[in-house]
Ligand binder design. Structure first.
Ligand code: NAD
Length: 242
């Protein structure tokens, strides 16, 4: 028996990085995985690999969310899990502010998660069950220099609590995960100097494989976490504890 047998799970931003890893892990645990992204070719490859479905889904579009969720229900009859994983990072500061940057990060990282919760909650409420996992960051637990990213990730943490409080009565669980330095393109794009500085501050002295975040996400999607609701789980090698 797999931990996620017969569950239908939608993952956003699953064409690469942590989302793609979580798609593979969820499939290994028995789930039917719905891979979504804006990178269609890569996303379709991941879906083929996990024997799942691929749908294009720009998380900023509530219309696309409705279409994709309706399609999942038509194809599979339900939606058990949602991982709001899609996100972008851009460096910006208060003193060197870029309004377009702020809007873009807010649209994808914050509004995208809101859209996902709204679309999934409608179906999960009818089912009287569901697990939503929102990927925030250590940037949602403390201050960092990139102000828009920090704002968006604190928003994800806050919306998670609000959603958990509203949706618990329908047996829907909503939790946030807060990764530290994870070995994906998002980290690699920062360049060696920044990565060395970041990883140098981690008490465990290393960055993490995407699977190490995925293991926590699998727990939250599974029945093993049946009474975990409104929680935040940090996966950062003790970075923010130090
Ligand atoms: P990544 O850049 O490899 O993957 C992000 C994915 O999101 C990509 O596939 C991208 O196409 C997709 N995406 C971007 N905009 C989208 C949109 N509008 N609609 C749908 N999909 C979109 O990075 P990752 O590390 O896998 O990031 C996954 C999540 O983890 C993000 O929310 C990120 O903020 C968070 N995170 C990452 C780190 C890290 O060190 N890598 C640390 C903390 C938090």
């Amino acid at each position: 028996m797999g931990r996620l047998d017969d569950k239908v799970i939608l993952i956003t931003g699953a064409a690469r990085g942590q989302g793609a890893t979580e798609a593979r892990q969820a499939a290994e645990h028995g789930a039917k995985v719905i891979v979504t992204d804006v990178l269609d070719d890569l996303g379709a490859d991941v879906a083929r690999y996990v024997d799942g479905d691929y749908h294009r889904l720009d998380v900023t579009s509530s219309g696309e969310w409705n279409t994709v969720v309706e399609r999942i229900v038509a194809d599979h009859g339900k939606l058990d899990g949602l991982v709001n994983n899609a996100g972008i990072f851009r460096h910006d500061t208060i003193l060197d502010a870029n309004e377009d940057n702020f809007h873009l990060i807010t649209e994808i990282n914050q509004y995208g998660v809101f859209n996902g919760m709204v679309a999934a909650a409608k179906v999960m409420r009818e089912q009287n069950s569901g697990s939503i996992v929102n990927i925030s960051s250590v940037a949602g637990m403390r201050g960092q220099r990139s102000v828009a990213y920090v704002a968006s990730k604190w928003a994800v943490r806050g919306m998670t609590k609000s959603a958990a409080a509203q949706l618990g009565q329908f047996n829907i669980r909503v939790n946030s995960v807060h990764p530290g330095a994870i070995e994906t393109d998002m980290l690699f794009d920062l360049g060696t100097e920044t990565i060395d500085r970041l990883v140098g501050a981690v008490p465990m002295g290393r960055s993490a494989k995407p699977e190490e975040v995925g293991n926590v996400v699998m727990f939250l999607l599974s029945e093993e976490s049946s009474y975990v609701n409104g929680a935040e789980i940090v996966v950062d090698g003790a970075l923010i504890a130090s």
